[in-house]
Design a protein around this ligand. Structure first.
Ligand SMILES: N[C@@H](CCC(=O)N[C@@H](CS)C(=O)NCC(=O)O)C(=O)O
Length: 189
């Protein structure tokens, strides 16, 4: 069984959603950042970077970084259709989106609000009138959703500033797996 080391409402929410989307048997190990549980010697032995998510695979290895955990889960449970297997362009588009979300979007927070606004503007344009990041639902949407969901409430921009992202967010919130992950994590806050 897979084990997810997570902190409620953090980056690890994306991995949690993917596990539920795929019906992957898993257990949760809470490491609340609010209690510095990602910085204990025990956790640093699991992930020396002191970050969540970390996913313990059935092979006994630790996988870190949201994108890698999403990829692993999507490939391990292909029936869920979260990875566009065999369509080279679509596969590359997923990687492109996930790189953008992890570096430009997630990384913008440390640089300040203008950088966050620019990253969101680019993401909004990039999404355009598509329902899903690559045109069909994939792990790229889960990654995008998590960052938008977390950062948006703290942004000083009226509703309507990022219409494509807002619509994507609503679509994601309607998904049973997203609802379930949010509900489970709320109990840990
Ligand atoms: N590049 C990492 C970023 C993960 C990350 O920043 N995780 C944060 C939560 S959103 C964390 O674990 N922080 C713990 C800490 O800094 O103590 C990824 O994509 O997984």
């Amino acid at each position: 069984m897979l084990k997810l080391y997570f902190s409620p409402s953090s980056s690890s929410l994306a991995t949690h959603i993917a596990l539920i989307e795929c019906g992957a048997p898993h257990e949760l190990d809470a490491r609340p950042m609010s209690k510095q549980q990602t910085r204990t010697p025990e956790y640093l032995a699991i992930n020396p970077d002191g970050k969540v998510p970390a996913l313990l695979t059935e092979g006994g290895r630790i996988l870190t970084e949201v994108a890698a955990t999403l990829y692993y889960i999507a490939r391990k449970y292909p029936a869920a259709g979260l990875w566009p297997e065999g369509d080279l362009e679509a596969e590359a588009q997923v990687i492109s989106w996930m790189s953008f979300v992890a570096s430009t979007m997630h990384g913008s927070r440390a640089k300040g609000p203008e950088h966050v606004a620019t990253a969101f503007k680019v993401a909004n344009q990039r999404l355009g009138d598509r329902q899903w990041a690559i045109g069909r639902y994939s792990i790229a949407d889960i990654h995008l959703f998590r960052v938008y969901w977390r950062f948006r409430p703290g942004m000083d921009a009226p509703l309507g500033t990022y219409p494509a992202l807002e619509a994507h967010h609503e679509r994601m919130l309607a998904r049973p797996a997203v609802k379930k992950a949010l509900e489970i994590e709320k109990a840990y806050e």
